[in-house]
Ligand binder design. Structure first.
Ligand SMILES: [Cu+2]
Length: 175
C-alpha cells in the first residue's frame, strides 16, 4: 500500500485510517529525519523520506534532486534503477566519492538499497539524482514530480520540494 504523510497532521490521520502500518512507517521516518518538518512516501518496504531539491543556480542548466534517505525496511535487497521528472530532459543517478583527495561524482547504473538499511541521498551524502537539462529554473517553494523506478517494486512518483537547506553546501554542487 502506498500512502503519503506530512508530519504534524500525520499522526491523527494515521490513527484514523491506517492503524499499525502507518505508525510503524512514521517511527522509521523519524529515525532518518533531521528536521522537524518534512514529507515522505512509503512504497512497499521502502520509505522515501523527504524528496527535495535546492534552487537551481543562475546560468546552470543542470540541477540536483535529493532524498533525506531511502530506507529499505524489508528483508530483500532492492535497487533504484532510474528516475525521471517532467522538469528535466533526463535524470542521472550520481555517486560522489573522494578520489585522491578530490570529490568526484560519476554516474552509476543503479543505487543499491540493502535490507534494513537507510541509504542517504542527501545533498551532502554519497548519492544524489542529477537533473540534466532543466526545462525551467527551480525556485524556492516550487514542487515537482519525480518518478523513481525500482528493480523489484516498480515505480513510485514523489513530490519534490524546492528549498534552501540550512547547511548550504549544496551551492558547491556544480558540473
Ligand atoms: Cu551530480
Amino acid at each position: 500500500m502506498n500512502h503519503v504523510f506530512h508530519r504534524g497532521t500525520a499522526h491523527a490521520w494515521a490513527r484514523r485510517i491506517l492503524p499499525g502500518r502507518a505508525v510503524r512507517v512514521l517511527a522509521a521516518a523519524a529515525v532518518v529525519s533531521t528536521a522537524a518538518y518534512g514529507h515522505g512516501v512509503s512504497h512497499g518496504d521502502l520509505v522515501l523520506d523527504h524528496p527535495y531539491a535546492v534552487p537551481s543556480l543562475v546560468g546552470v542548466s543542470n540541477g540536483a534532486a535529493y532524498l533525506r534517505g531511502i530506507e529499505n525496511q524489508g528483508d530483500q535487497p532492492e535497487r533504484l534503477l532510474s528516475a525521471s521528472s517532467p522538469v528535466a530532459a533526463r535524470v542521472a543517478l550520481h555517486h560522489m566519492a573522494l578520489d585522491a583527495g578530490v570529490m568526484r561524482m560519476r554516474e552509476v547504473a543503479a543505487i543499491e538499497l540493502p535490507p534494513h538499511t537507510v541509504t542517504l541521498l542527501r545533498h551532502n551524502g554519497p548519492y544524489h539524482l542529477m537533473l540534466m537539462d532543466l526545462k525551467r529554473p527551480l525556485k524556492d517553494g516550487d514542487r515537482f514530480d519525480l518518478t523513481l523506478n525500482f528493480e523489484r517494486t516498480g515505480s513510485q512518483t514523489v513530490k519534490v520540494w524546492v528549498q534552501t537547506p540550512r547547511d548550504t553546501a549544496a551551492s558547491e554542487h556544480k558540473h
